[in-house]
Every structure is written in C-alpha cells, then in structure tokens.
Design a protein around this ligand. Structure first.
Ligand SMILES: O=C(O)CCC(=O)C(=O)O
Length: 279
C-alpha cells in the first residue's frame, strides 16, 4: 500500500486539527474523597483526575529538586535537550531547551518521596489490585512559546512499559496545566481498543488519521493535581503556545507480578511489522 506523505504543519494547525478544547474532565477533590465509584469509572474511562493530591510544600520542594538537577548537579539523572547543549548560552536558554529529565528517583530523595507518596501508592494499589512497582520516572517540561507537542499515543507502546499486564501512569502537575499551555488530553475508554500500532512520525505515536479527535476530553489541573491513567489509554498533549511554563512529573507502576512482553509480542501488538498496515 502506498505510504501517505506527511505534510508538515505548524503548531497552531496541529493544535486545531488534532485536539479539542471544549470537553473538560470531571475531577475528584483530594485523595480523601477517592472511593470505589472512582475506581469503577477508572475501569470504564481508563483514567481519573484527582486535584490536591500534593500540597503546596510538596509541589514547591519538587520544583526546587528539579531545578537543582537542571542547574546545579544532575547527580546522574538524565536530561533530554531539544537543541545541542553547546548552543545554550545561559540558564534561561537551557531550561527552554529541556523536554525531559528522567531516572532521578535513585539520586533525589525529594522526587523519590513523590514516587512513593502514600496517597498515590494507595490509589495505584487499588487500581492494580496488588503491590505497585515503580518502572519509570520522569519530569516533562513544556516551556512557554512553543514547548513541543506529545502526539497521541499509548504509554505501553514504549518498550520499557510493554508488560503483559496493565501499566498505571501517574501524571502530576507542578505548574497549573491549562488548556493553553499543554495540559493532558485523553480519549475516554480508548484503553478498551487494546494495543494499537504506533508509527515514527513526529514521535513514536498513533497514526493521526486514526485518532478519534472528536472524543477528546481535556484534563486541566492545578499544581499538585494528578491523573491516574491506564497504559493503553490514548492520550497526548498539545503545544504550549502560552507564556507560562508547564512542568509535570510522571511515574509508571506495574503490579509486582507483571512480566515484560517478548520482543515478538511487542512487534505484533504495537508495530505494523507483522500486519504491514500503513499510516
Ligand atoms: O507531559 C507531556 O507533555 C506528555 C506526557 C506523556 O503523555 C508521556 O510522556 O507519555
């Protein structure tokens, strides 16, 4: 089958075409209000948003810890830049060019304490039905004036999260995540579609033409608010076209008993290598 040529589009065009901003997710107010009903809606929708899980101090200390890794000493955590580091003249340019800081829980006690936050672990344990094991930790920075899009995808399509049992993602807003600075967008219930092939287009992502954009629900959050979501939920974040920062932490957990997919299973579920289906 002929491959459809990808025409390059501006951030504004991508935001207008691939995201909707009218439908806003309901939220639980705080961990103390988390109950069986929310667990039931997680099973149906594939996500639940909970505001006020981290308090102001936890958010501030986490931003400080992140800044220390970026500006003082990365202590062995990894930092992913969108430009060659040699081109970055000062701290401001450096921060604007950072997309991701990862693998910090081993080296930073404050950020580790968020990954092990009792309220978060308790909700994740309810969802998994067994003791959670942390399998990925990262901070995602979407700087002002064009911080990049994360196209629609399923987290379990990334090799390190390809387990044969569901992964739970926890995305935590450190700044207010709003409609104009790249908050999370989800397709409720899309985890039920199962594993879907991904393609290397603007990122490792779902085929844009296959995403049911009309079902998009946006999940704006206050600092300290979180989204718990199924590893097969289709989700993405548009460009940050505002003047505000949008920093977030993201952790992924599996149940203790989960085992990784074999390379052959991974190919069958998440790539077009065996089916040949084009995007
Ligand atoms: O925070 C973001 O911009 C994207 C987060 C996300 O969906 C991911 O990294 O899998």
């Amino acid at each position: 089958m002929a491959k459809i040529e990808q025409v390059s589009q501006s951030p504004e065009e991508i935001s207008a075409k691939l995201y909707r901003f009218e439908r806003i997710a309901d939220k639980v107010d705080g961990f103390t209000n988390w109950n069986q009903e929310h667990l039931a809606s997680y099973r149906i929708d594939g996500f639940v948003a909970v505001e006020h899980v981290l308090n102001e101090e936890e958010v501030e200390l986490s931003i400080e810890a992140l800044n220390d890794l970026i500006f003082k000493d990365d202590k062995g955590a990894q930092i992913q830049f969108t430009k060659p580091v040699s081109e970055l003249k000062n701290d401001e340019e450096k921060e604007l060019a950072i997309r991701k800081v990862h693998n910090f829980v081993q080296v930073d006690e404050q950020l580790r304490s968020i990954a092990e936050h009792p309220s978060i672990l308790s909700m994740v344990q309810d969802i998994l039905g067994e003791t959670p094991k942390l399998v990925q930790n990262m901070a995602l920075l979407k700087p002002p004036h064009g911080g990049g899009e994360k196209p629609w995808h399923q987290d379990m399509a990334y090799g390190n999260l390809a387990f044969e049992k569901p992964v739970v993602g926890v995305w935590i807003a450190l700044d207010e995540a709003a409609l104009d600075n790249g908050c999370m967008h989800v397709i409720p219930g899309s985890q039920a579609d199962g594993a879907t092939p991904h393609y290397a287009i603007r990122d490792w992502q779902l085929c844009d033409a296959h995403v049911q954009v009309e079902r998009d629900v946006a999940v704006p959050l206050l600092p300290g608010g979180i989204i718990l979501f199924h590893g097969l939920l289709k989700h993405g974040t548009p460009y940050n076209l505002s003047t505000k920062k949008r920093r977030a932490l993201q952790f992924h957990y599996v149940g203790e008993s989960a085992i990784k997919l074999t390379p052959k299973e991974y190919k069958r579920f998440f790539t077009n290598e065996m089916s040949g289906a084009e995007c």
